[in-house]
Design a protein around this ligand. Structure first.
Ligand code: F3S
Length: 282
């Protein structure tokens, strides 16, 4: 069986960097904590737990920690979390993705300069919470075109629009157009990360040219589900698996070429296992 592997799959640059940081720290003497789960993948979080890494769920839990190192994950956090870590005398390791950090710097300086910050993204997403927490004045969060239409600035202030890095590009454009149509004085910072779009495009191209397609990722990972949807449209034999254990393929003889892609929170070892299995057993 021939296998075509997507080039851009599995951990994105920012998540990979953050996960590696935690693994580097895991062997040290210190008590190691991550602020939130480092990645949306049960296997990785469990593996780190076995290595002694604990997860802090919120500020209250953070408040109870007396010593050790706290690692900030790729999504980033609000400025006051940094302040709290420092005030408690804990060591901080910042694994915020540099692309997210850039947004923090933009909203901090633009809000300081008097602009109203508009964050395009999902209000529940931790990345958005973090971004809002770097604004010097209250930010507005907009997720839909309806919300953009309904938005009325409280004062005649200039605006600065940023977006969550994983926000849908087309939807962001639609929202921005509404603001431009209303003739507001807006500054638009392009802050969508192309890692997501790139992998969706590649997965689509591969699925269109293979006989069967395997998508690997967590059950609850929305970006993996999205990859599955995209691939299913191109290839009728598309399979969604979490690990190798879920792979029960019965492929007809005519299947010669299998494509493999994986969600942004799927670790390399799981991808390796699946591809080796498919190469050897079919
Ligand atoms: Fe990943 Fe950073 Fe982009 S965390 S999706 S590389 S913004």
């Amino acid at each position: 069986m021939e296998v075509v592997l997507a080039k851009s799959m599995g951990f994105c640059f920012g998540v990979k960097r953050a996960v590696e940081t935690v693994y580097e720290q895991a062997g040290t003497e210190e008590d190691i904590y991550t602020y939130g789960e480092i990645v949306n993948n049960e296997e990785v979080v469990e593996d780190l737990r076995r290595k002694g890494v604990k997860v802090i769920g919120n500020r209250e839990e953070l408040g109870k920690i007396e010593s050790g190192t706290v690692i900030i994950r790729a999504h980033g956090v609000a400025r006051d979390v940094y302040e709290q870590i420092a005030a408690q005398g804990l060591t901080l390791i910042d694994a915020t993705c540099p692309f997210v950090k850039r947004i923090h710097r933009i909203v901090e300086s633009e809000s300081e300069a008097g602009r109203q910050i508009v964050v395009v993204g999902s209000p529940q997403h931790p990345e958005v919470e973090g971004i809002v927490g770097w604004c010097k004045t209250p930010a507005v969060i907009i997720e839909t075109v309806e919300e953009a239409e309904a938005y009325r600035p409280t004062e005649d202030k200039a605006l600065c629009i940023v977006s969550q890095t994983t926000f849908n590009y087309k939807k962001f454009q639609d929202i921005v157009e509404i603001f431009e149509r209303k003739d507001y004085n807006v500054n638009i910072a392009k802050t969508i990360c192309n890692a997501t779009e790139e992998r969706q495009k590649e997965a689509k191209d591969i699925a269109a040219s293979v006989d069967a397609m395997i998508v690997i990722g967590g059950k609850h990972s929305s970006n993996t589900r999205k990859l599955y949807e995209i691939c299913s449209r191109e290839c009728a034999r598309t399979y969604f698996i979490q690990t190798l254990d879920d792979l029960h393929l019965e492929l007809p003889k005519s299947v010669r070429l299998v494509g493999i892609t994986a969600g942004a929170s799927t670790p390399n070892n799981i991808i390796e296992e699946v591809q080796n299995y498919v190469r050897i057993n079919f």
